[in-house]
Ligand binder design. Structure first.
Ligand SMILES: [Zn+2]
Length: 185
């Protein structure tokens, strides 16, 4: 389980391990907790035979310098297919990752860029059928608008095992209306 660490303004900063979260608790850096899930860490035993425990929340906001890095998320097939829920944006079918490809909506040969908004998840068949044509030329309209993930969507894409409360926190800020709650593997 990973804990969602927020900065002091309440914006997501990192996915961290329980051990890293414990360090923040011990250093008194946790300002507030938002998670509904708790994770109990067990520590050492004292002379009376009582074991120390530390209860971690699944979402914690920590004091510290605010990292201004909003540089976005690099475009990889793994993140692209997850953004599109492993659905081919041309035929609408869902596929296994190994059956999917990255389609450049405006083909590279026509000046299309390798960007989030010019990339679509496509099955091999559709990608082949489309060839080096635009969707209009191929008469293959896109079923969804390809978007660049915002900060909250970025944190969703980065972690495959998101708890329900973490998902609720992130999805409240999603720009896309798509149903990402289903959870993919
Ligand atoms: Zn397809």
């Amino acid at each position: 389980m990973l804990i969602l660490k927020l900065n002091k303004s309440g914006m997501p900063e990192a996915w961290i391990s329980a051990e890293e979260a414990a360090k923040n608790y011990c250093q008194g850096k946790v300002l507030f907790e938002l998670g509904e899930n708790q994770h109990v860490l067990h520590g050492g035993w004292n002379s009376e035979g009582i074991q120390s425990t530390l209860t971690l929340s699944s979402i914690i906001a920590c004091d510290g310098k605010i990292n201004q890095d909003n540089g976005g998320i690099s475009l990889t097939n793994r993140f692209l297919f997850r953004r599109d829920q492993q659905m081919c944006l041309y035929c609408g079918e869902t596929f296994q990752v190994h059956q999917l490809t990255r389609d450049h909506i405006i083909p590279k040969s026509k000046g299309g860029k390798d960007t989030w908004t010019n990339s679509a998840t496509a099955c091999k068949r559709c990608n082949h059928a489309k060839g080096a044509r635009t969707p209009e030329e191929a008469n293959m309209p896109l079923l969804a608008v390809p978007f660049k993930p915002n900060m909250y969507e970025r944190f969703f894409l980065m972690n495959r095992k998101i708890l329900a409360d973490q998902m609720a926190f992130l999805s409240a800020h999603f720009s896309s209306k798509r149903d990402w709650q289903k959870g993919l593997n």
